[in-house]
Design a protein around this ligand. Structure first.
Ligand code: GUN
Length: 300
């Protein structure tokens, strides 16, 4: 017997489509207002610097979108475009320069890096106070010990959407599908910090359908096109789809079969236009938070 999903977003027969494009835009407008106030107060714009190594086409698109949104919201900043054969030393040199530049508040090194580079060494080299991705070990530790720190952007966006939909998190059974450092693990930590009962599943999990049917909240971030089917979803559950895949016809799709899932979910994010736009909005918010914290820590 299926029980109804938790949360205010559930009305039998009614599914809320969580419009990340709209909610992300509202958030970016709010950030832009706070950026203007920051600029007036401190006489400088907050600065976001993005490092892009190599020519991965998807990364190039993501970085262009980040650059455009940052400028529209009033940030200063620059994209450091590096050749695919850039050396580890040269990349670390750029990170060091940005770490010590007082006008730089946020540093983001776009992943994945070309294979010859040591990703964890690069992430570790970024000053934790400027780590707007929240990937530095100090920020990862802060998340898991529920202490202040910078929180990864996509997971923050997922939680923001759940809260906007007034989904009850405390005591909810949450299933995260995917165990990446970028999404799966941090989103699980955030849900745990909200007192959800969290299960982390992944591509090797047995009985995934049964685990899904038990869940009040599903966050799918495993990178398998339309893995989660409509009849895997508990009626009224909240479904957050982080997947960004191409199907066999080259069409953009998520990790959830949206057409069948929306018939059962209480609320659900579309792909595209769900979680994706939230990531950039949260990146801008993280950069402003980092800038404010750095100014507060500056002795004048
Ligand atoms: N590649 C895919 N997603 C991300 C992200 O959130 N941050 C960085 N730095 N690289 C990514």
């Amino acid at each position: 017997m299926l029980s109804e999903g938790l949360g205010l977003c559930y009305q039998p027969g009614v599914t809320t489509i969580l419009d990340g494009k709209l909610i992300g835009q509202e958030l970016r407008e709010d950030v832009a207002k706070r950026v203007a106030a920051f600029t007036l107060k401190y006489g400088r714009k907050p600065g976001l610097h993005v490092v892009l190594a190599g020519a991965d086409p998807a990364s190039a698109v993501y970085v262009r979108n980040k650059e455009k949104s940052a400028h529209e919201a009033g940030f200063d900043g620059h994209v450091h475009r590096l050749q695919s054969d850039v050396s580890q030393e040269a990349l670390l040199g750029i990170v060091e320069r940005l770490n010590s530049d007082p006008n730089v508040d946020g540093i983001l090194v776009q992943l994945p890096l070309p294979a010859h580079l040591n990703e964890s060494a690069v992430l570790k080299a970024i000053s934790a106070a400027k780590d707007v991705d929240g990937f530095h070990a100090l920020n990862v530790g802060a998340l898991w010990s529920k202490t202040p720190g910078l929180v990864p952007c996509t997971p923050r966006g997922c939680l923001y959407l759940l809260k906007r939909a007034e989904v009850k998190l405390s005591g909810a059974r949450a299933l995260v599908i995917g165990r990446s450092n970028i999404v799966g693990k941090p989103v699980a930590g955030l849900l745990l910090n909200e007192s959800a009962t969290v299960t982390i599943a992944h591509s090797r999990t047995q009985d995934l359908k049964e685990r899904c049917l038990e869940a009040d909240i599903i966050v799918a971030a495993v990178g398998i096109p339309r893995l989660v089917k409509g009849d895997w979803i508990k009626p009224g559950a909240a479904v957050i789809d982080v997947g960004m895949n191409r199907d066999e016809h080259g069409k953009l799709c998520g990790d959830v079969d949206f057409a069948s899932a929306k018939e059962r979910a209480g609320c659900i994010t579309p792909v595209p236009g769900g979680v994706g736009p939230m990531t950039i909005a949260m990146l801008l918010d993280n950069t402003l938070l980092a800038a404010v914290a750095r100014e507060a820590a500056t002795v004048r």
